[in-house]
Design a protein around this ligand. Structure first.
Ligand code: HEC
Length: 152
């Protein structure tokens, strides 16, 4: 649990410092055309690390021997839903190293050359569609707050 919280803190902190993404209107998942292919895209591109049932790697809270983190679950047990849409999109498009603290070895690949923006959004929408209603509402709240603060 400690490793998980530490990780969220650093991710959000370094992400907040990135002004460049704020000005990109393409980073809104809700406004994107949702592709019903999300589940297939997930299985093809994400399941090998994040699990076919979004369960993540075993012992995902414990860093590996080389200091990198295992892939966390994308179900309600993980911290994916603690992040606003904008950050989820950014991590998927530009990879873990684009938001991780300097020197951190991320095994989360960048998908910008593999998936279109719409495909990334569809994959994330699929992940979100698996969450219980209350978790979806909480993540939506986080996304709304994030949108408010990025307008200031
Ligand atoms: C090669 C393994 C691998 C693949 C394939 C992969 N990921 Fe990841 N992902 C990771 C790891 C490891 C992390 C943990 C963060 C880090 O190390 O940077 C992660 C973290 C994430 C996070 C941040 C989650 C959080 O709780 O902070 C998101 C979002 C994410 N991945 C989305 C995806 C999506 C969407 C796909 C498929 C399009 C995908 N990943 C494919 C390994 C992978």
């Amino acid at each position: 649990m400690i490793a998980g919280s530490y990780f969220i803190f650093h991710y959000s902190k370094s992400f907040d410092q990135q002004d460049s993404v704020d000005s990109n209107p393409g980073l809104s998942i809700n406004s994107a055309v949702t592709d019903s292919n999300g589940a297939a895209l997930y299985l093809q591109n994400c399941a090998s690390c994040h699990g076919a049932n979004l369960e993540g790697e075993v012992n995902w809270r414990s860093p590996k021997a080389d200091g990198s983190l295992p892939a966390p679950p994308h179900n309600q047990d993980g911290h994916t839903w603690h992040h606003p849409d904008r950050l989820l999109f950014h991590i998927t498009k530009f990879g873990g190293s684009s938001v991780a603290p300097k020197g951190f070895k991320s095994n989360m690949p960048a998908f910008q050359d593999v998936l279109s923006d719409n495909e990334i959004s569809a994959t994330l929408e699929f992940i979100k569609s698996t969450w219980p209603k209350d978790i979806r509402q909480r993540q939506k709240h986080i996304t709304d707050k994030d949108a408010e603060s990025s307008r200031q």
